[in-house]
Write a protein that binds this ligand. Structure first.
Ligand code: UTP
Length: 448
């Protein structure tokens, strides 16, 4: 077996992976051999050799996208209410499934365990998973429809995620309403040589293949087909780290249905050119796309429009609605989304304490679905109401900033409902506030 594997790996310069082979037990050898045979070595070689991201080769900046702005006029508000009504019909009619992606490593936050278990509720310490699940429960009750919730995990955090939901009795959801499915993993490569890294003898240094891995994972778990059979038409997608997200927002669902879009994305207004947020743009080929902040040239980031605001300001929230038809079409292709490369410090057998970025990781990004879509709906949402993801241990997008954003939002709801909130001299609520999604899902709900 060793010889045959050696031949196979040597064709791609990866035979070093057999170092330590003799220290493995026969079952470990069999397991590792299966893993090595399953590796897509031509793909990894190709990814290592391809260096330039498409967007950087284009010297002309893209255009801002056309978008559905926040409602201002009476007509806008009428459209908004019509969209809400349409979205509610789709929820009531069982046309909507919800996908929560939670397979990331959460390395910047540094929390022990899956990021979704992080206690974020300003008073109760409810976890991110708890808040999301209660929103799904509240929506299911309101629309008398047990909305299917599919949670994407990775092989690294799958067991811990399932155990957390089970221990919390699925937060009141019906156990059959929640499905877990696991995304793929890819090995990290040595940045200098392109060699696949070993975490230990017989163990590859693997990491999840990015949130874009959700397409293949949904397909391979059979969820796309199962949903199609039960009459689902729209898939609401969101990421675990943003507790402000309006899950399955009927206005968003309705606008998506009305415009017949393949994919809809909510955007927030970027005001600081330095902010690290991906930008939804209209490319020169007329298609939509997202420019990652790491790929954004400084002069494009700084460019101003005639009103003095940033020319490219449509910051992606990674909140989407997909038509199931579009997902099915994408999932039929062999290579669904392109891979992005990131230089990262990876602990591995030959470098147990890396001092600098020593490895290349490859990830697919969900927003690369945009250029593949015929019709894209871009809809603006107020940042304060809907976007403050938990990314970092301190500073922007940290537990402190996320709790402050939640408290500020709950204070607005209370004031909208005619209540009073005591505020400090700087205008911030002087006490922590928290409203359970089971009590109210938004300001109008609380007012009611
Ligand atoms: P991020 O790209 O912010 O990554 O993911 P992360 O894992 O949360 O944090 P870092 O970069 O390691 O610090 C945004 C969302 O996409 C999910 C995450 O769980 C989060 O909900 N994600 C990311 C996946 O589901 N799979 C992945 O492979 C990557």
């Amino acid at each position: 077996m060793r010889q045959e594997l050696h031949r196979h790996l040597a064709r791609f310069g990866q035979e070093h992976l057999l170092a330590g082979w003799d220290q493995l037990s026969p079952p470990e050898q069999a397991c590792f051999a299966a893993e090595l045979r399953a590796l897509d070595l031509p793909l990894l070689q190709q990814l290592y050799l391809e260096r330039t991201a498409e967007v950087l080769t284009d010297p002309v900046p893209p255009d801002p996208p056309e978008l559905l702005p926040l409602p201002e006029s009476v007509d806008d508000w009428q459209q908004f209410e019509d969209d809400r009504e349409l979205g509610e019909q789709r929820l009531r009619g069982g046309r909507v499934a919800i996908v929560l992606v939670a397979g990331g490593q959460g390395s910047r936050l540094g929390h022990e365990g899956p990021k979704g278990t992080y206690p974020i509720g300003p008073i109760t310490g409810r976890s991110l998973f708890h808040l999301h699940a209660e929103k799904v429960l509240a929506l299911s009750r309101r629309h008398e429809q047990a909305l299917p919730l599919a949670v994407m995990t990775s092989p690294e955090n799958d067991a811990a995620t399932r155990a957390f939901f089970e221990e919390k009795r699925w937060f009141g959801l019906e156990p059959g309403q929640v499905t877990f499915f696991t995304q793929g993993m890819l090995p990290a490569l040595d940045a200098a040589t392109g060699r696949i890294l070993l975490a230990a003898p017989g163990q590859l240094a693997l990491s999840p293949n990015g949130h874009g891995g959700v397409l293949l994972a949904l397909r391979d778990a059979g969820l796309l087909d199962a949903w199609q059979q039960r009459g689902i038409e729209d898939v609401f997608y969101f990421q675990v780290d943003n507790p402000l997200v309006k899950i399955a927002d009927p206005v968003f669902l309705g606008a998506h249905a009305r415009t017949g879009s393949d994919v809809a994305v909510k955007v927030v207004r970027k005001v600081d050119p330095e902010e690290r947020i991906g930008l939804v743009v209209r490319r020169r080929d007329g298609r939509h796309g997202v420019l990652e902040y790491s790929e954004l040239p400084a002069d494009w980031a700084q460019a101003r429009a005639s009103d003095g605001g940033l020319r490219l300001w449509a910051g992606s929230t990674a909140i989407h609605v997909f038509s199931l038809r579009f997902l099915q079409r994408l999932a039929q292709q062999r290579t669904v989304l392109p891979y992005h490369r990131a230089l990262k410090a990876v602990t591995h057998l030959a470098d147990p304490a890396p001092k600098c970025a020593n490895a290349i990781k490859f990830e697919m990004f969900i927003f690369d679905t945009l250029p593949l879509a015929e019709r894209v709906l871009v809809m603006e949402t107020p940042r304060a109401e809907e976007f403050e993801p938990l990314k970092n241990a301190a500073g922007p997008y940290s537990p402190e900033s996320v709790r402050a954003a939640l408290v500020a939002e709950f204070a607005r709801w209370i004031e909208h409902g005619g209540g009073q909130v005591r505020r400090d001299a700087d205008g911030r609520p002087s006490v922590p506030l928290e409203i359970s999604p089971l009590y109210a899902l938004d300001a109008a709900d609380l007012r009611g």
